[in-house]
Design a protein around this ligand. Structure first.
Ligand code: SAH
Length: 213
């Protein structure tokens, strides 16, 4: 359980960091982040910081989750694709805001772990899959919204193709060890409109499914 004071401080820190959208704050208040981190990192789950998870990956910083979710502008009827399930925390936030969330992870162990927590929280509108997210999910396309939580050098062409006209994709772009920027891509009838948001730091988007069990 989360004590009321930690939750209040968490909400305060999120607002101070620029997460002010009520629907997003409500969703973040509902999702117990400590269930998405392991062991000795659990006591730090309500700090506004990224933390290590299994397979050498990270659960994103909560205020960055909030800001990415805001940029994605998700509506209750939206079908959303997330690339990079990781712990499943971002997917859990999206599940409270969207109609359905498909999330793809290249590490089987992470996908399994995320599924377990999402099941425990009875977030039944999230579907977790193991796969190479850079290919997208052709069967379910087009998507209203696409969110990448791993950094690409450029917006992957497959994902741009699987976004509906009028849809929005948010992703970090840039090299792993350099400054990355969050960008928002809107698909128009006759092309794409790009908006650069803030500087961020994410693990890289890696092609192919990890061979680890
Ligand atoms: N959204 C996550 C943060 C994940 S970190 C959370 O809320 O916890 C980024 C994740 O992207 C890592 O778990 C990494 O394994 C995954 N990833 C990287 N490249 C990928 C790819 N091509 N397809 C699917 N997942 C990928």
């Amino acid at each position: 359980m989360v004590d009321a004071q930690s939750m209040m401080q968490y909400m305060f820190a999120l607002r101070a960091a620029g997460v002010t959208d009520k629907r997003i704050l409500n969703a973040m208040e509902k999702v117990p982040r400590h269930l998405f981190v392991q062991g000795h990192f659990q006591p730090r789950a309500y700090e506004d910081t990224a933390l290590p998870i299994a397979s050498g990956q990270t659960i994103s910083q909560p205020s960055v989750v909030g800001k990415m979710t805001k940029a994605l502008d998700v509506g209750p009827r939206d079908k959303v694709l997330e690339i990079g399930t990781g712990s499943g925390y971002q997917a859990a936030i999206l599940s409270h805001l969207a109609r359905r969330v498909y999330t793809i992870e290249r590490h089987r162990g992470l996908a399994r772990g995320a599924q377990r927590v999402l099941d425990e929280l009875r977030l039944a509108n999230v579907i977790v899959m193991t796969g190479d997210g850079s290919l997208g999910l052709r069967d379910q396309a087009p998507f209203d919204r696409i969110l990448l939580t791993a950094a690409a050098e450029d917006p992957p062409a497959n994902l741009l193709a699987q976004l509906r006209v009028g849809g929005i994709m948010v992703l970090p772009v840039g090299q792993t060890d350099a400054v990355q920027h969050l960008i928002k891509v809107e698909k128009l009838e006759n092309g794409f409109e790009y908006t650069e948001l803030e500087a961020v730091r994410f693990v890289p988007l890696v092609e192919g499914i990890s061979p680890d069990p």
